[in-house]
Design a protein around this ligand. Structure first.
Ligand SMILES: Cc1cc2nc3c(=O)[nH]c(=O)nc-3n(C[C@H](O)[C@H](O)[C@H](O)COP(=O)(O)OP(=O)(O)OC[C@H]3O[C@@H](n4cnc5c(N)ncnc54)[C@H](O)[C@@H]3O)c2cc1C
Length: 378
C-alpha cells in the first residue's frame, strides 16, 4: 500500500494534451496500456497553443514533397504506407458526417509559379502512391471550422476518439495546469515526471509537447522552432470571390465561406520577416492585421471590408520539416512526438500508432519509421 505521500504511479504519462497527446492516449488505450495520465500546463483545452485547429487537409502539397526531398522516393513511400494504415479511425469518423458526395471537395490553386509547380508535383506523387486525400469540404460546417463564427472550432477534440471527454470516460487521468518542469530516471528505469505541483512516476513517458519540447529536451533546441500564424476573418461580404481556396506562398492563404465571410491566413515569418513580431507571442500583430485587411480589400474594391476577428495560433516546425517520432536515444522508456511542421492532425495519428506499438509489446502491424526518429538530430 503506497503511503499517502508516495508519488502517484502510471504505466505511461503523456505530457501535452494537444492533438498529438490526445491521439496518443487513445491509441495507448486501444493497445491495452494503462493506467494513463495526460498532463498539460494549460488549464483547459481552449488555451492550448496551436488550438489544434486545422482544415484537415492532410493531403496538401507540402507533405510528399518534403518527404521525397529529405528521404528519396522509396523511403517516403514507406512512410506514406504507414501513414495510410493509421487513417481508418479518421476516415470512419468522416464517413459518419454524411457529407454529400457531390460536395465538391477541395482544390488548391496558386498564382505563385514555384508553389504551383509544387502542387503539381505533389499531385503526381499522391496519384502514384494511390492516395485519396481526406478533405472535409469547405462547404461542410466542420470544414475550416476555425473559420466558423462564434466559439465553435474544428479541433481534434471534436473527433470522438480523441476528445478529452471520451478519454476521461475511458479512464485516462487528465490533469490540467500540470506543467512539467523536468524529467528524470531512477536506477530501475522508472521515469520521474516533475511537475509544478509534485512528482509522478511511470514506466514510460510520451512527450507531446509541441514547440516547447526543448524545455524538457534541450538538445533539440536547434532543431525545433515555433511558427505563429495569424488569421483574419471579415464580416460577411456582399460579393463572392470566384476563385478556389487559394494559397500563395505563406501569407496569402485565403478562402470565402458560403456565409460570405472571408478568411486570410499566413505565417508571420512569410508575411513580413522584418516585422519583429516574434515567433511565440500570442498577441495579434497590428501590421500583419493591416496587411491582411489590405489584401482582402484589394480583392473586393467596391466593398468596405470589416474585421470580425483576428486569431493567432502556432505550429511547430523542425529543421528538416519532418516530424520527430520515436524513442529518445539512450532512454528506451521515453518517447517523443512533435515537430509536425503543419501536419499534426494526420501525422499525430501515425506517431500514436508507432509509439503504442513499441510500448505495448503487441505484434507490430506497421514497420518502425526509423527515418523519423529523434536520433537523426543527435
Ligand atoms: C491554423 C492551423 C491550421 C492547421 N491545419 C492543419 C491541417 O490542415 N492538417 C494537419 O494535419 N495539421 C494542421 N495544423 C497543424 C496541427 O494543428 C498541429 O500540427 C497539431 O495540432 C500539433 O499538435 P501537438 O499536440 O503536437 O502540439 P500542440 O497542440 O502545440 O500541443 C502541445 C501541448 O503540450 C503542452 N505542453 C508543452 N510543454 C509542456 C510542459 N512542459 N508541461 C505540460 N504540458 C506542456 C502545451 O500546453 C500544449 O497543449 C494546423 C495548425 C494550425 C495552427
Amino acid at each position: 500500500m503506497p503511503s499517502p505521500h508516495s508519488p502517484e504511479r502510471f504505466a505511461i504519462i503523456v505530457i501535452g494534451a494537444g492533438s498529438t497527446g490526445r491521439l496518443a492516449a487513445h491509441q495507448l488505450l486501444e493497445a491495452g496500456v494503462g493506467p494513463i495520465a495526460l498532463l498539460d500546463r494549460f488549464s483547459t483545452i481552449q488555451d492550448i497553443d496551436s488550438s489544434t485547429i486545422g482544415l484537415l487537409a492532410p493531403g496538401t502539397h507540402q507533405l510528399p514533397i518534403r518527404l521525397v526531398h529529405s528521404l528519396g522516393e522509396q523511403r517516403s513511400r514507406q512512410i506514406w504506407e504507414v501513414t495510410r494504415a493509421a487513417l481508418p479511425p479518421l476516415r470512419n469518423w468522416i464517413s459518419q458526417l454524411n457529407i454529400p458526395s457531390d460536395d465538391g471537395g477541395w482544390s488548391f490553386h496558386s498564382n505563385h509559379p514555384a508553389e504551383r509547380a509544387e502542387i503539381e508535383n505533389s499531385t503526381k506523387l499522391w496519384e502514384k502512391w494511390g492516395h485519396t486525400p481526406i478533405f472535409i469540404p469547405s462547404t461542410h460546417p466542420l470544414g475550416e471550422g476555425f473559420h466558423l463564427p462564434g466559439p465553435v472550432q474544428f479541433s481534434t477534440d471534436s473527433w470522438p476518439f480523441a476528445s478529452i471527454r471520451s478519454l476521461r470516460s475511458r479512464g485516462v487521468h487528465v490533469r490540467w495546469s500540470s506543467g512539467v518542469v523536468s524529467l528524470g530516471s531512477q536506477a530501475d528505469g522508472t521515469q520521474e515526471v516533475i511537475t509544478s505541483s509534485g512528482t509522478l512516476l511511470s514506466e514510460f513517458v510520451y512527450l507531446a509537447t509541441g514547440w516547447n519540447t526543448p524545455q524538457l529536451v534541450p538538445s533539440l533546441s536547434d532543431h525545433i522552432y515555433p511558427v505563429r500564424l495569424q488569421t483574419l476573418r471579415t464580416s460577411p461580404l456582399a460579393h463572392r470571390w470566384t476563385g478556389h481556396h487559394s494559397v500563395r506562398f505563406g501569407h496569402d492563404h485565403f478562402q470565402q465561406k458560403p456565409c460570405g465571410r472571408f478568411l486570410i491566413r499566413g505565417m508571420r515569418w512569410a508575411a513580413q520577416p522584418d516585422m519583429g513580431c516574434g515567433k511565440t507571442q500570442k498577441k495579434i500583430h497590428p501590421a500583419i492585421h493591416k496587411h491582411q485587411l489590405d489584401a482582402v480589400q484589394s480583392l473586393f474594391p467596391g466593398e468596405t471590408v470589416v474585421t470580425e476577428s483576428v486569431t493567432s495560433s502556432i505550429e511547430t516546425f523542425t529543421s528538416d520539416d519532418l516530424p520527430i517520432i520515436g524513442p529518445w536515444p539512450g532512454n528506451p522508456r521515453r518517447f517523443i512526438a512533435c515537430g509536425f511542421s503543419g501536419h499534426g492532425l494526420l501525422l499525430g495519428m501515425v506517431a500514436a500508432q508507432q509509439i503504442a506499438q513499441s510500448i505495448s509489446g503487441q505484434t507490430r502491424s506497421t514497420p518502425p519509421l526509423t527515418d523519423l526518429r529523434p536520433a537523426r538530430f543527435l
